[in-house]
Design a protein around this ligand. Structure first.
Ligand code: 3H9
Length: 707
């Protein structure tokens, strides 16, 4: 077995070093070897005390998340948890002082191991946390029972329900750690352990008394947290379970509370919520790996940027650069448009400041990084330009032609197009290897997704540089292929098609939106269109009509174009799918005009309107997404199904608790999804055509898109 926990003696202290790169995750063998190393230290006559420390950049980042997939039943999970409980009890029963020396992170099972040590010391910049809820589970190695005894109910509840790590100084003040070590951590930890050995001091966390304020007020604190979670943890289950486990610590002995923790942990591990969140954890990390772009692909530094177009998207993109400390030129065609754009940017920052998230000085400093202008002055000095002009092929091609002339040959030229063919811009620029899509999502300064569209000739260096840049801009960059609408909007066209058809068949706008928000999306399809602008979609349809295409197969609803013709562009004009109190207001009410239009359009298509059940709305919309997602995957416009999930979670606020549209389809069952497509084809027409990949997977009895 590999040496995952090294053992050596230093100054009569046994130093146990966990060495399981990159983050010392607790794979089963690491647990075992910690157990063995502690036993060896206890038996070693040359050791008076022990220090447990991590090799590399961190203490322990928690249990190895991959192993949870092997826990198929509650019983499996119960027995895994029981095993770690027993193991940590043995560790805690060690007859010599055992000190955890924490640097980097002590998270999840990592903090639970540290809690079972008799003392904890940490470097100043270390962090400790119980982030299990982010994976849909709760601490399962005694964390809910020991943490409460160390820091009290209020803080234990906060840490176990929001999952956020706590910095060492705060952990010290709360009693989670005993000392902060300035200078070399191991040296400090050995000194601390030696001192405890001399004083013959051993302190078992499990024997600490519950704090007096928790004996009297702990239950009320739990109740208050449950009420607060009702608002902040909408749809999630694990945070509430964490409260139950901590409540058990308040009302039971350590051993009884631990049994309750195990039962609750086991229920969480096998939940869909946890499977979805674990899927997202790895999906978010995989997405940065592009098969033919190795890690060592050369990249360039982006120190200066420019944006063309100061509309809603262009302004938001410029803010992203300024927020990252990168100076950015913002160009518009005329002064009035530029002034409007800058006023919006300033207003956005003022809102941030009013929420206390920015000081006046920071606002001025950030704004000063944006240089508004109506010329191409200085474009020969920037490293990247993002084009954010209207979604119009001719206009964009003309802009790329100009950019090819005014920028340096090595400058990256990115387009914020949400649908159009990047290769045509690349040709217009005269240097295709430098061109790619940088598709931001509205509002561009808020939404985390950056879809990076690879053209036919985009160079690897440009992609690698963009991936690095996306991190600097605090975005999740996903590399996709160049098809109409790329991945996000190509699939969205099918989502919207079903929403339109369901409306014409008899569902209402508020009903459809509510089904999707109840599912966990922040906004339904109609509310989303009113925010994004009905004019945007209409212009895309006009362009497509000019080249004889439609966005999605199947009947095309006339209602969106009728709304466009009426000047009802959504929130900004005070009317769209809903009526608004005023232009720009979010205060909306349903509009009977829409029902009337739905009646008219249904009559034209010979559709008899009927009550539509919520279940049908959800099933049709999600089936449409998954079926088109399967095509995208098979045509290699997305590298993996999990990339599509990341796109939907970060671009459209698809609930992470559901794992994204492709993972959701897997939880529904690929065979069920396929049978729904076939059922809809029989009911509605051949435009419901099963994706070949879906048919292949089901025929091969596969349960996942990855085969
Ligand atoms: C738990 O502990 C349950 C217990 O209560 C009960 C037990 C009975 N496992 O994020 P990075 C991988 S639940 C497996 O890019 P960073 C990660 O996939 C756990 N793998 O680095 C990546 O792999 P690759 C509670 C893990 O510096 C590589 O390490 N703990 C784990 O940006 C680097 O990761 C957590 O939830 C893991 N636990 O951030 C903490 N952690 O290179 C989860 C990481 O192949 N981890 N990997 O793509 C984190 O939050 C971050 O990784 C951390 C470092 C902040 C530690």
């Amino acid at each position: 077995m590999a040496d995952l926990v090294r053992y050596e003696l230093k100054d009569r202290v046994a130093v146990l070093t966990i060495d399981n790169p990159p983050v010392n995750a607790l794979a089963p063998a690491v647990w075992e070897q910690i157990d063995q190393a502690v036993a060896r230290g206890v038996a070693d006559a040359g050791a008076d005390a022990m220090v447990l420390i991590g090799a590399g950049t961190t203490f322990i980042a928690g249990a190895d998340i991959k192993i949870f997939d092997a826990l198929k039943t509650r019983e499996d999970s119960m027995s895994r948890s029981a095993g770690t409980h027993a193991l940590l009890k043995r560790v805690e029963d060690a007859g010599k002082p055992l000190v955890a020396a924490i640097h980097g992170n002590a998270l999840g099972g990592g903090l639970e191991v540290a809690q079972a040590c008799h003392f904890r010391v940490a470097s100043k910049d270390a962090k400790v946390g119980q982030p299990e809820v982010m994976l849909g589970i709760i601490p399962g190695a005694g964390g809910t029972q020991r943490l409460l005894r160390l820091c009290g109910a209020k803080m234990a509840l906060a840490m176990c329900t929001d999952g956020k790590p706590v910095a060492a100084p705060k952990a010290l003040a709360a009693g989670i750690i005993d000392q902060i070590v300035e200078g070399d951590l191991l040296t400090g930890a050995i000194a601390f352990a030696t001192m405890k050995a001399a004083a013959r001091q051993i302190r078992k966390t499990r024997d600490l008394q519950i704090k007096p304020e928790d004996v009297s007020g702990g239950m009320a604190t739990c109740e208050a947290v449950r009420v607060a979670l009702g608002k902040t943890a909408r749809g999630a289950h694990a945070p509430f379970v964490a409260v139950d486990a901590i409540q058990a610590a308040l009302t039971h002995s350590f051993d009884e509370g631990s049994i309750r923790e195990r039962e609750l942990f086991a229920g969480c591990v096998v939940s869909i919520e946890s499977k979805a969140l674990r899927h997202m954890f790895f999906a978010e990390r995989e997405v940065a790996k592009v098969p033919d772009i190795p890690k060592d692909t050369p990249t360039r530094e982006i120190t200066r940027a420019a944006v063309v177009g100061a509309g809603t998207m262009g302004g938001g993109i410029a803010m992203n650069y300024a927020n990252a400390g990168i100076p950015v030129l913002l160009k518009e065609v005329d002064q009035a448009a530029l002034d409007r754009g800058m006023a919006t940017i300033r207003k956005n920052y003022e809102v941030t400041m009013s929420k206390g998230k920015m000081t006046a000085e920071q606002l001025q400093r950030t704004l000063a990084l944006i240089t508004p202008q109506i010329t191409y002055d200085g474009f020969d000095r920037v490293d990247i330009v993002t084009e954010a002009v209207f979604e119009n092929m001719d206009l964009k091609k003309a802009t790329f032609k100009e950019l090819g002339a005014v920028t340096r040959p090595d400058c990256i030229l990115a387009s914020n197009s949400s649908t159009l063919d990047i290769d045509q811009f690349a040709q217009a620029s005269g240097r295709p290897p430098q061109v790619l899509g940088h598709h931001y999502f509205s509002p561009a300064n808020v939404m985390k997704l950056l879809e990076m569209v690879r053209g036919r000739e985009t160079s690897k260096e440009v992609i690698a540089t963009s991936l690095k840049l996306s991190k600097k801009l605090n975005k999740v960059g996903v590399v996709v292929g160049n098809c109409f609408g790329f991945v996000a909007n190509r699939m969205l066209a099918y989502y919207m098609r079903e929403a339109y058809l369901l409306l014409e068949e008899g569902a209402s706008v508020p009903q459809i939106d509510k089904v999707l928000t109840d599912f966990g999306l922040p906004v339904g399809p109609y509310g989303m269109q009113d925010i994004a602008g009905i004019d945007v979609g209409a212009r895309i349809r006009q362009y497509l009509a000019s080249i004889g295409k439609t966005r999605a197969e199947g009947p095309q609803s006339a209602i969106p174009d009728r709304l466009f013709a009426m000047g009802r562009y959504g929130q900004k004009t005070g009317a769209g799918w809903y009526k608004y109190a005023a232009p720009g207001s979010r205060d909306r009410t349903p509009d009977p005009v829409i029902e009337q239009m739905a009646d008219e359009e249904a009559a034209k298509r010979g559709v008899k309107r009927r009550p539509v059940a919520d279940e049908e709305i959800l099933a049709r919309i999600m089936t449409a997404l998954a079926n088109e997602g399967a095509r995208v995957l098979e045509e290699h416009y997305a590298t993996r199904a999990s990339d599509i999930d990341v796109i939907y979670c970060y671009g459209f606020g698809y609930p992470r608790l559901r794992g994204g549209p492709m993972f959701y389809a897997e939880t529904v069952g690929l065979a069920t999804v396929l049978s729904r497509v076939k059922e809809y084809r029989a009911r509605f027409g051949d435009y419901w055509e099963p994706a070949p990949l879906l048919e292949k997977l089901v025929a091969a009895n596969k349960s996942s898109f990855e085969g």
